[in-house]
Design a protein around this ligand. Sequence first.
Ligand code: PEP
Length: 256
Amino acid sequence: MAAQKKLIIGNWKMNLNVHDASVYLHKLDVEIQGHRDVEVVVAPTALALQPLSLQINRHKMKLAAQNFYWRDFGAFTGEVAATQLRGLVKYALVGHSERRHVFGETVKDTREKVHAALRNQFTPVLCIGETQSERTSGETKDILHDQLVGGLANVTSEEIDNIVIAYEPVWAIGTGNNASPHDVADAVLAIRSQIRHLYGKEKAASVRVLYGGSVTADSASDYLHVNGVDGLLIGGASLKLHEFGSIIKKAHNITQ
Ligand code: PEP
């Protein structure tokens, strides 16, 4: 499958203020010297995107938004528009389980966001995954299908090249209960077969698919070795400088 640089995204969630984010980024830059064969992305608080965009060495790291609103402008108090992120970020998370399950983001919202990101020239990272009860009742593949087909509606075959899919089982996020590499392999296969159905064989092989859910420095290599996994979406462990650095080093070693 896709032979590309591994993509490692750190989702800092609602942690680190602007100052601490800047200090962390500086230290991370030093920590991962010489790992340019890994695509390293951090998703800080929206407040930090502007200052970090001036600080970041874009040859070494990139920025992602954790969230945004899909309308271009208007009376939407408290929201940040995709148009306001244009030029600041290379990626943005869409449909993260915390957006879906804490803030009630719908499949229609994810679809609108995917299109808003593409219009504004950054890459949506479409996060999909089943809850524990959906898994227990054998619905995992149906959920992946619905979130994928719903989130990608009207995305063209050219546009799919600029989309990343993240398999993030809800029960594994922030819980320490990570999926087994075997579960991840099954889910990634289901995702790629759905992409094949929608866009053909070539796109099914080339679309980038990540795994996320309680990944640590100890487990990272196991997932990076799963066939069809192009990288990782890391939450909690991305807040620990040495641990995140070590995950990036593991991705670098695999690429060697
Ligand atoms: C995430 O926030 O996308 C995530 C995978 O979190 P964690 O690594 O903490 O499970």
